[in-house]
Design a protein around this ligand. Structure first.
Ligand code: SF4
Ligand code: SF4
Length: 168
């Protein structure tokens, strides 16, 4: 994981996907670290953290000076690639735009995705249990499945395809 000062990066100011629930269900906390008043404590994969989307995200971090440690150190794969010179900044901005478009499209099919995308995807997938077989599920939900696929493709530059329903 790249060590960066998040929000000091222009790309992050244009993005916010690691705060707004596009990529992760929670951000991990350091041992003994407290949470800010409006945050919800959560546990994912035996890791304590606070739930995402972060209540302090409003186009930007509104608690910048007192943000948790993870927020001071986390950098996604895309940001690392930009810093390394492997991905041009303009291409990274396009990836941010694609992600936002994909999320908005997904939210038209899965309203929960307007909040937490990984959670919405999990709930949608769980609905498969109500169907007699996969073909019937796919036939009834073709547009939603296509929107999820586009969202997953759009997140790939940020996570390198790692399971996003986890911890930042
Ligand atoms: S997802 Fe990456 S580019 Fe976007 S705000 Fe987080 S670290 Fe920055
Ligand atoms: S505290 Fe700030 S940087 Fe950390 S998740 Fe919330 S909005 Fe993002």
């Amino acid at each position: 994981m790249a060590e960066v000062e998040i929000w000091d990066e222009d790309l992050c100011k244009a993005c916010g996907a690691c705060c707004d629930g596009s990529l992760f269900v929670q951000a991990k906390l350091a041992d003994g670290e407290g949470i800010l008043p409006d945050m919800e404590e959560s546990f994912a994969r035996n890791q304590r953290g606070f739930a995402l989307p972060c209540p302090y995200f409003c186009e930007t971090c509104t608690v910048y000076d007192i943000r948790p440690k993870i927020c001071r150190t986390f950098g996604c794969e895309l940001l690392a690639a930009v810093k390394d010179g492997a991905v041009p900044y303009t291409q990274a901005l396009q990836a941010v735009g694609r992600l936002r478009t994909a999320r908005a499209a997904l939210a038209t099919h899965l309203p929960d995705a307007a909040n937490s995308v990984p959670t919405a995807e999990q709930r949608f997938a769980a609905g498969y249990r109500n169907y007699p077989d996969l073909a019937a599920f796919q036939a009834d939900n073709a547009q939603t499945i296509a929107a999820i696929k586009e969202m997953q493709d759009a997140t790939r530059p940020f996570t390198h395809g790692k399971n996003s329903a986890t911890t930042m």
